[in-house]
Design a protein around this ligand. Structure first.
Ligand code: OOG
Ligand code: MG
Length: 261
């Protein structure tokens, strides 16, 4: 059985590396893939990346806001992993030639100061274990045609994770109400999406708590030093050559990047 998950992982990593859209796993290769099995495929992807010498920046949450669940037609939060090669500096450039069909979304990231081990973790416990919060723009790039997927597909595909731009301003979470942080995401000076931290499960810390509790089911935990995206506050917007993307988060400095062919 293990062999099947590894094969599916190789199929998805090949699409990522060679930058082409591919058929959904559940459409073509394994129509009865469950969400749990999707995570087994994802684990194989993580193993492949680690074997190549990539480093984990942290797990990430996805599909934690209604905006995202509605946009992607799925109804449950998921997690995936961000690796070192995915980081783009604030103000940097995303090259379309490196990616398939990228979209951008606005998120709040948590820099974890102490291990967090579920089950039963609450948002308050997450805040107590968080050193800093940082605004972020995530560039997602589903390996599937038209970002069309079921929950098992997107879990297998490492939650569409592709690139991350972290802001430069770090804040102590105790100094602000993260649920009330207003966010706009603009492209070429025009606001495309907007929202507030509360869009993510009522408070972004609840998303990190859910992650700790999900990881606990497989005997894993959140680790000191992890930098964790809590999931998009806004819907995701397709990127095009020449785009100048700006995320404004109330109380933080802007997060920006540009897009080039
Ligand atoms: C899945 C990735 C979701 C988020 O923040 O909701 C995600 C997708 O929409 O392709 O990263
Ligand atoms: Mg995201």
């Amino acid at each position: 059985m293990q062999g099947v998950y590894k094969e599916l992982a190789e199929y998805l990593v090949k699409a990522e590396t060679e930058k082409y859209e591919t058929q959904r796993v559940t459409a073509d290769l394994k129509s009865d893939l469950t969400v749990e099995e999707g995570y087994l495929v994802q684990e194989e992807i993580v193993k492949m990346k680690l074997a190549e010498g990539r480093k984990i920046i942290g797990p990430k949450m996805g599909l934690t806001s209604r905006a995202k669940m509605t946009q992607m037609n799925v109804d449950e939060p998921i997690y995936g992993y961000v690796f070192d090669y995915m980081l783009i500096e604030n103000g940097g450039t995303v090259h379309l030639s490196d990616l398939i069909h990228p979209k951008v979304e606005a998120e709040i990231a948590f820099v974890i100061g102490k291990d967090i081990e579920g089950p039963g973790i609450t948002g308050a416990q997450v805040l107590a274990a968080t050193d800093y919060v940082v605004p972020a723009l995530e560039i997602i790039d589903s390996r599937y045609e038209n970002f069309n997927f079921t929950l098992p597909d997107v879990v297998a595909d490492n939650a569409s994770t592709s690139r991350v731009v972290l802001g430069n301003s770090l804040k102590k979470p105790a100094t602000m109400d993260l649920d009330l942080v207003g966010v706009t995401m603009s492209i070429n000076g025009e606001i495309k999406e907007l929202g507030a931290g509360a869009a993510v499960l009522g408070h972004p810390a609840n998303s990190i708590a859910m992650l700790a509790n999900m990881l606990a089911k497989k005997g894993d935990k959140i680790r000191k030093g992890d930098v964790i995206l809590s999931g998009a506050i806004t819907g995701a917007v397709m990127l095009a050559d020449g785009d100048q993307v700006v995320g404004k988060f109330d109380g933080f400095q802007d997060v920006t990047f540009k897009v080039q062919a």
